[in-house]
Design a protein around this ligand. Structure first.
Ligand code: CAA
Length: 384
């Protein structure tokens, strides 16, 4: 741990650790094998407050600082990275957008039940032809009386088939602004609204126990009170939220890496070859030493980024640096862990294989490593 926490903050992290060890870790391998998204577990996390971690107490959340939030998330991810992504997306993206830009009515109707864990949220930005170039999105909303009618298709939405409410970025002025960052609104789309059709769950390499799905909008009629903030600023709200989202994914990456390091260390102490535990060999010791060092550096950068967010203002560059470094560290550490396990590491029977598959997602979603480098480079040169 890199941060000095108050007793209350420590209690939150300890609660996450206890819950993760008791209710997540024992099931993670089976849920992965069965591609099972366990909604009851998400609901129990919600009852404990873990779906309102960054929402102020005035709106029924825990009102945690960002460092404590990320430490709790790391505990969840170390036990089950699939559950962690549902929790991370819900806490970092839709709830933060509502908290920042919602009207009091929208906060009462959507944010409070989301913070209490009664409604699960999702964030729909990407489309089949608008991944890294998110501003190329084409889903559109046209005005109809006091409200809007939405059409289009969103891709790779985490919680897409399971969320109760989706915050969707949709073009509101397609005639005058057919592409680009402006002319995009953010809509609060409740599950069950006629015309909202989730696709089948994606069959993924990793995070197989999380739900990722396309979401189709087919003449979806929404009242004017479903528009969040300004009708042309939804893309800006989304990028702003991703500054927090990327910290959540970085924490998930640290949890995955930590789990891989713990498994590899235990295995190195037990596994005997040439008459000795393999941990006696320098090749293994040095490998573990490098894994532990890189993880500690990644976590320290993440917590520094979190402190930038808590200080107010934009944490864009810090969030991108933390996401980039933590996700690439997770990929490297999990690959090293597989190497420590040797042939066993390549088998599904041991957890490091799953951890390596899970780690890969962190280099891709909420902005690929290439996009993080683009953002960091831009911020450096723009502020020069
Ligand atoms: N905070 C606030 N405003 C921001 C911002 C931030 N972090 N970043 C940019 N903006 C503002 C800009 O100032 C600009 O405002 P003006 O129009 O007033 O000038 C506006 O937003 C548009 O920004 P850009 O000009 O930088 O936009 P761009 O089209 O050049 O895109 C990009 C930049 C960095 C490439 C962006 O498209 C991007 O981050 N792409 C990756 C997308 C991504 O991360 N997708 C993840 C989807 S979610 C997911 O993975 C699955 C899931 O369910 C979690």
């Amino acid at each position: 741990m890199t941060a000095v926490l108050t007793e209350e903050q420590q209690q939150v992290v300890q609660l996450a650790r206890d819950f993760a060890r008791e209710h997540l870790a024992p099931h993670a391998a089976r849920w992965d094998a069965e591609k099972h998204f366990d909604r009851p577990t998400i609901d129990r996390l919600g009852e404990l407050g873990f779906l309102g971690m960054l929402v102020s107490e005035a709106y029924d959340g825990l009102g945690l600082d960002t460092v404590t939030y990320l430490m709790a998330l790391e505990e969840i991810a170390a036990a089950d990275a699939s559950i962690a992504v549902s929790v991370a997306v819900h806490n970092s993206l839709p709830t933060q957008m509502l908290l920042r830009h919602g009207t009091e009515d929208q906060k009462e109707r959507w944010l409070k039940p989301m913070a209490r864990g009664e409604l699960l949220g999702a964030f729909a930005l990407s489309e089949a032809d608008a991944g890294s170039d998110a501003a190329a999105l084409r889903a559109r909303a046209v005005r109809s009386g006091d409200g809007w009618v939405l059409n289009g298709a969103k891709a790779w939405v985490s919680n897409g088939g399971t969320a109760d409410v989706i915050l969707a970025m949709v073009r509101t002025d397609a005639e005058r602004a057919p592409r680009g960052a402006r002319g995009i609104g953010c809509f609060i789309v409740p599950k069950g609204t006629p015309g909202v059709v989730p696709g089948k769950p994606e069959d993924k390499m990793g995070l197989r126990a999380s739900n990722t799905a396309a979401v189709f909008f087919q003449d979806v009629h929404l009242g004017g009170d479903h528009l969040l903030g300004d009708a042309s600023s939804g893309f800006v709200y989304a990028l702003e939220a991703l500054d927090c989202g990327r910290l959540g994914i970085a924490a998930q990456a640290c949890g995955i890496a930590r789990s891989a390091l713990e498994h590899a260390t235990r295995y190195a102490a037990e596994r005997r070859q040439f008459g000795r535990p393999i941990g006696d060999f320098e090749a293994t010791r040095f490998r573990l030493a490098d894994m532990a060092t890189r993880l500690a550096a990644a976590r320290a950068l993440l917590h520094e980024a979190a402190r930038h967010r808590d200080a107010g203002g934009r944490s864009t560059r810090w969030s991108a640096m933390a996401k980039l470094f933590c996700s690439e560290t997770a990929m490297w550490v999990t690959s090293q862990a597989v190497q420590v396990f040797g042939g066993y590491g390549f088998m599904r029977d041991y957890p490091v294989e799953r951890l390596m598959r899970d780690a890969k997602a962190t280099e891709i979603y909420e902005g690929t490593s290439e996009i993080q480098r683009l953002v960091i480079g831009r911020e450096l040169l723009d502020s020069h």
